[in-house]
Design a protein around this ligand. Structure first.
Ligand code: MRU
Length: 352
């Protein structure tokens, strides 16, 4: 896949001394870029989904950690590390489900420890360099995921996807969408059913925008239409992303993923997950313990500032759900497609 295609929109970029993000809350209506110069603004951007998607918030947290430590006094390593831990914890609290966020801050912390004999000014430079490396690696990883997943896509396939897993959600290309972009580029003539993804509409606002930019045929559907389409034989496979994958293969992803997986199994349709290895949390034995973010009721009760429920009505708004591993036919990673039993597959990949 060429590097300058339209789908390769940059959701986040380092600009000399600050971060520039494409603010996803304005899409598809307006392309608004925001400059982020301090860790508080980065926390807010992650929390409010201005930057979103598991790999992208990992990258954002890495740059955010640098912004949070770059002006710290350059005294002892010990006092510097206390502050690094504090800033990392603050960023990790912005969104609890995607493990990529903690994965990125942990990676930076261990890099710092490995250089503890250097001057603090030098360590700060290494932190920025590590954040840039995490960003660059994610681009290469997502390209590999796309290339590895193409074999799962038959010619003329009708693919159903949920939420947004494209360039917007990653360093570039995406995860599930990267597979679709690569299949399209190889002339497989794919068609995509895009779940609108209530309540924040990442499907209809963001995935539809990315697919249209790439000129990939698609139609938006309400989330509740998926089952009928599957039953009528109009879906050949489901391909989604992940926010955290437990050691047994259970997957946390956008709310509404689990019912899709159950419907897919009921209708004998393959259900695939595409994600980088950084999304696999081997310390989480099963999905039951994965923290699931619950967001404000207003996201359900209002739309674009207009009240769409009776005044004083209450809502429950979980942002993610868990899909048990038994519903998943394969997990596409940068190292290849991992098939069940996942526990064994993950161990092989991580032990290599
Ligand atoms: O709440 P969001 O929009 O950050 O949720 C994103 C998802 O659920 C994606 O499917 C997941 O992060 C994978 S992105 C490549």
């Amino acid at each position: 896949m060429s590097d300058n295609i339209d789908t390769a929109v940059q959701s986040i970029e380092w600009q000399e001394d600050h971060v520039r993000i494409l603010d996803q809350t304005y899409l598809p209506g307006r392309e608004v870029y925001s400059d982020i110069r301090d860790v508080g603004r980065m926390w807010e951007a992650i929390k409010k989904l201005r930057i979103r998607g598991a790999p992208a918030i990992g990258i954002a947290a890495a740059y955010g950690l640098y912004l949070g430590i770059k002006d710290l006094p350059e005294n002892t390593f010990k006092s510097f590390m206390v502050e690094v831990n504090r800033v990392a914890k603050y960023l990790e609290g912005a969104r609890p489900t995607a493990v990529n966020l903690k994965w990125a801050t942990d990676r930076i912390k261990s890099t710092i420890r490995a250089h503890k004999d250097k001057d603090i000014s030098e360590i700060k430079k290494i932190v920025l360099q590590t954040a840039k490396t995490i960003h660059d690696e994610d681009k290469r990883t997502c390209k590999k995921i796309g290339e590895n997943g193409v074999e799962l896509i038959p010619k003329n396939a009708q693919i159903l996807t949920h939420c947004n897993t494209g360039s917007l959600a990653t360093g570039q290309y995406g995860t599930a969408l990267s597979v679709i972009f690569h299949a399209h580029e190889q002339g497989k003539k794919t068609f995509v059913w895009v779940d609108e993804t209530r309540p924040l509409l990442q499907g209809s606002r963001l995935t539809a925008w990315e697919l249209m930019n790439a000129e990939i045929p698609m139609k938006i559907i309400t989330d509740s239409s998926a089952g009928s389409l599957m039953r009528r034989g109009e879906v050949d496979l489901v391909m989604v992303g992940a926010d955290r994958i437990a050691a047994n293969g259970d997957v946390a992803n956008k709310i509404g993923t689990y019912p899709l997986a159950v419907l897919a199994q009921e209708n004998e349709i393959p259900f695939y997950v595409a994600a980088p290895l950084s999304t696999i949390d081997m310390e989480m034995a099963t999905g039951d313990k994965i923290p699931l973010e619950e967001r404000e009721q207003e996201e359900v009760l209002t739309y674009s500032d207009a009240q769409i429920a009776p005044k004083k009505a209450e809502a429950y708004n979980p942002a993610f759900d868990i899909t048990p591993h038994s519903y998943i036919n394969g997990i596409v990673t940068q190292e290849g497609i991992i098939e069940p039993p996942f526990e064994e597959g993950f161990k092989n990949v991580f032990d290599d």
